[in-house]
Design a protein around this ligand. Structure first.
Ligand code: SF4
Length: 195
């Protein structure tokens, strides 16, 4: 039987966060998440049913090499078959996960953004990734020293309050300067108002 994926949206933009910030990318946003973070600002519940071939056809509208599987929580749905099909279509596959579930085989880049500090039961099971991204809310930074990562990013939380955001940004800058194994990640697409 043909596997059906519940896809919230597929769109083309610049990656706004982390080591690939500024890179043109095709985003496949899967519907649904296994966590309920209080600061979640991602609209991901609405879904359309798509086959692997439908997703490849949608992705093929754009020439960019990088495809980012996101959500929601993409590991609830992404499969090695889909990743293989994207590779056959000449794409590089990144996945953005909360780390509570195994990542499907074949991903070229894993962004792990654990939510242990805000969601009970959200401890990551992944022990390595390409980039670790912590959403900084002004509390003690959970450093996840047991997780191996090429890059460690601290990203100030977007609270919707400009004064609070400025305070978090300044505190995150201070933290990175004092702990140089961490880098600052900003949400470029929000700063530049890129859809
Ligand atoms: S893990 Fe991500 S998508 Fe899921 S609730 Fe938390 S912030 Fe939202």
């Amino acid at each position: 039987m043909t596997k059906v994926y519940k896809v919230n949206e597929i769109f083309y933009s610049l990656q706004g966060e982390g080591a690939n910030a500024g890179t043109p990318a095709i985003f496949v946003r899967f519907a649904g998440c296994n966590l309920r973070c209080p600061f979640c600002d991602t609209v991901h519940e609405a879904a359309q049913a798509m086959s692997c071939a439908d997703i490849i056809a949608a992705v093929s509208q754009w020439d960019a090499t990088l495809v980012v599987l996101t959500g929601g929580e993409p590991t609830l749905q992404a499969t090695p078959q889909l990743i293989n099909a994207l590779h056959e279509a000449g794409r590089t596959v990144a996945i953005e996960t909360n780390g509570t579930r195994p990542v499907p085989a074949g991903c070229d880049w894993v962004t792990l953004s654990p939510k242990t500090d805000v969601c009970p039961g959200a401890a990551p099971i992944l022990t390595e990734c390409d980039e670790l991204k912590i959403v900084f809310q002004g509390e003690v930074v959970p450093t996840y020293t047991d997780i191996r990562a090429k890059y460690r990013f601290l990203q100030p939380c977007d609270t919707g309050d400009s004064e609070r955001n400025a305070s978090l940004r300044d505190a995150a800058v201070r933290y990175c300067l004092a702990h140089p194994q961490w880098r600052l990640s900003v949400q470029l697409h929000k700063i530049l108002n890129i859809p």
